[in-house]
Design a protein around this ligand. Structure first.
Ligand code: BES
Ligand code: MN
Ligand code: MN
Length: 456
C-alpha cells in the first residue's frame, strides 16, 4: 500500500475528531441569527487548510457568508482539480424529532449523527483529509489542487456565481471534484452524471381585507384557501403531467439508449415502497420510478398555509393563503423561463375574485455530464480500487446548481463522487454519515488524485 493510503488508515481517528469539531458548529445559512456560527465554521476551515500546508489560503468576504479558497500548485504541466464543497447546513427543524442533539456528533452503529454529517461537511472533508495526507507525508501531490468552500449552498449560492466570474484566474482548472451526492446503495460506489435544476416559487392569494366569520360572510365572499387549492389541483393532470403552458417545450426527450441504461440500474419498486411505508407509487405515466425521480421534471408543493392551524375548530374565512411550490428541471429547461411560464399560467387560471402574487425564490440550471469525459473514468477506477466493486453511473434528482455554472463560466466538467447514501437523512431529523464511507471516501479521493495524470 502507498504511504498516503497507509497514513490515512493510521490517522482515521484523528480525522474523525477533526470532522466532529466542524460538526459542532451550527452553520445554518438560512438563519440570520447564526451568522457568527457560519463565520466560525469558515474560520475553522481556513485555519485547517493552513495547518495541513495549503498555500494562499483566503477567506473572501461576500455580501452574505464567506467563501474560502486555498491552493497547492505543484507543476503547471499537471492537471488542476478544483475541489468544491459547502460548509453551511440546513436548519435542524423539527428539533424534537432528533434522537441526539443535532450539533453534538454522536456515533451509533458505525455512523455519526449530526446536521451536516453527510450534507456536506462529512463528504467535503474527505478531500481535505486526502490532500492533507499527501502534504503531511511529504508525498508530492500528483495534481494541482484548488479548494473552494462556500457557506451559502443551502440558500441557492447567491454570491458564488459573481465570485467565480470575478476570480476566473484563481479558479482556472481542468475539472471540478465534488462530493455532495449519494451512492446508489450501500457498498455500491456511484458516479452521478446528472442533476436536476430548480425553479422555486411562492404563490400568495389575498381575499378580503381581514379574516371573516365563516358563517356571516361564507358563501358571499371567495375563500383564498379554496382558490389556492383549486389552482394547485389544476397544475397537474391525473397522469402526472404538468399543465403549465410551455413547461415541456425545452425538455430533451429520453433516448432509447438512456432508458436502456436506466433499466440496468439495480432498483426494486417493492423495496422502495416498503422503505417509505407506501401502498402505491405515483408519477408521470409511462416512466419508471428512477426515471421519474431523476430524468423527468416535477412540480411539487413544498409548503402550504392558510386559516386556523391550532387545536380544535375556529369558524373563519381566511383573508390569505399561500404556497411554496418547487419544480425540478431537466435539460434544457431554463429556470428563469420556467418561473415566467409558471407565473403567467397561475395568473391566467386565477379567478378575479382575489389578488394573486407570484414570487420567485432561488433557482438553478440542470446538468448532464458527458460520459466520455476522462475525469469520470479516473474516478470510476479510484472507486473500484478502494471499494473493490465497479462504480455505477446514474443521474440524480437533487440539485447542485453551481455545477452548471462551473461549466458555463469556467468551461469545465464536474465529477460528482458521492460518498453519501439516501438513508443519510439529508435535510431530515437524525442526519448521519457512515464512518466507513468517510474513511473509504478519503482513500478514494487520494487514489483519484494519484490516477488522474494517467488519464489526462
Ligand atoms: N447535496 C444536496 C443535493 C443533492 C442531494 C444532490 C442528494 C443529489 C443527491 C444539496 O446540498 C441540496 O440540498 N441542494 C438543494 C438545492 C439548493 C438550490 C437549495 C436541493 O436539491 O434541494
Ligand atoms: Mn449538499
Ligand atoms: Mn443540502
Amino acid at each position: 500500500m502507498s504511504t498516503v493510503q497507509d497514513y490515512i488508515d493510521k490517522n482515521i481517528q484523528t480525522f474523525q475528531n477533526q470532522l466532529f469539531e466542524l460538526l459542532r458548529i451550527p452553520s445554518i445559512s438560512t438563519d440570520s441569527s447564526r451568522k457568527e456560527d457560519i463565520r466560525k465554521a469558515a474560520r475553522f476551515l481556513s485555519g485547517h487548510l493552513e495547518e495541513i500546508g495549503m498555500d494562499d489560503v483566503r477567506l473572501h468576504e461576500t455580501p452574505g457568508h464567506p467563501i474560502i479558497t486555498a491552493q497547492k500548485i505543484v507543476d503547471d504541466a499537471l492537471p488542476t482539480v478544483l475541489i468544491y464543497g459547502h460548509y453551511d447546513v440546513q436548519p435542524p427543524d423539527p428539533e424534537e424529532l432528533w434522537d441526539t442533539p443535532p450539533f453534538e456528533p454522536t456515533v451509533k452503529n458505525g455512523r455519526v449523527y449530526a446536521r451536516g454529517a453527510s450534507d456536506d461537511k462529512g463528504q467535503s472533508f474527505t478531500h481535505i483529509k486526502s490532500v492533507a495526507s499527501y502534504l503531511q507525508t511529504n508525498t508530492e501531490l500528483p495534481v494541482n489542487v484548488t479548494f473552494i468552500l462556500e457557506g451559502e449552498e443551502e440558500i441557492g449560492s447567491p454570491n458564488l456565481v459573481p465570485f467565480i466570474k470575478d476570480n476566473r484566474g484563481l479558479l482556472a482548472c481542468d475539472m471540478v471534484l465534488i462530493s455532495d451526492t449519494a451512492m446508489f446503495g450501500e457498498d455500491q460506489p456511484s458516479i452521478t452524471y446528472g442533476l436536476r435544476g430548480l425553479a422555486y416559487m411562492e404563490v400568495e392569494v389575498q381575499g378580503p381585507n381581514r379574516d371573516l366569520h365563516s358563517g356571516v360572510y361564507g358563501g358571499a365572499v371567495d375563500n383564498p384557501a379554496n382558490v389556492l387549492a383549486s389552482i394547485i389541483a389544476q397544475l397537474k393532470d391525473d397522469d402526472g403531467v404538468i399543465r403549465v403552458e410551455g413547461f415541456y417545450d425545452d425538455v430533451k426527450p429520453m433516448t432509447p439508449e438512456m432508458r436502456e441504461a436506466y433499466q440496468k440500474l439495480p432498483h426494486d419498486d417493492e423495496e422502495y415502497k416498503k422503505d417509505l411505508d407506501l401502498q402505491k407509487l405515483h408519477g408521470e405515466k409511462g416512466y419508471t420510478t428512477l426515471e421519474r425521480a431523476s430524468a423527468r421534471p416535477t412540480l411539487d408543493v413544498n409548503g402550504l398555509w392558510s386559516g386556523y392551524q391550532k387545536e380544535g375548530a375556529k369558524t373563519v374565512l381566511p383573508a390569505k393563503a399561500g404556497a411554496k411550490i418547487s419544480m425540478r428541471l431537466v435539460p434544457d429547461q431554463d429556470p428563469k423561463q420556467i418561473a415566467r411560464l409558471f407565473t403567467e399560467h397561475v395568473k391566467s387560471i386565477a379567478p378575479d375574485t382575489v389578488t394573486i402574487t407570484v414570487d420567485e425564490h432561488h433557482g438553478g440550471h440542470p446538468i448532464v455530464i458527458d460520459l466520455d469525459f476522462y475525469g469520470l473514468k479516473a474516478a470510476a477506477q479510484a472507486f473500484e480500487d478502494i471499494y473493490e466493486k465497479e462504480a455505477l453511473f446514474a443521474r440524480e434528482g437533487g440539485s447542485i446548481p453551481i455545477v452548471a455554472d462551473f461549466k458555463k463560466i469556467l468551461g469545465v466538467n464536474s465529477i460528482l463522487m458521492g460518498f453519501g447514501l439516501t438513508k443519510d437523512a439529508l435535510h431530515s431529523p437524525n442526519e448521519s454519515f457512515s464512518l466507513k464511507d468517510f474513511h473509504r471516501g478519503i482513500k478514494t479521493s487520494a487514489r483519484f488524485l494519484e490516477l488522474l495524470p494517467e488519464y489526462s
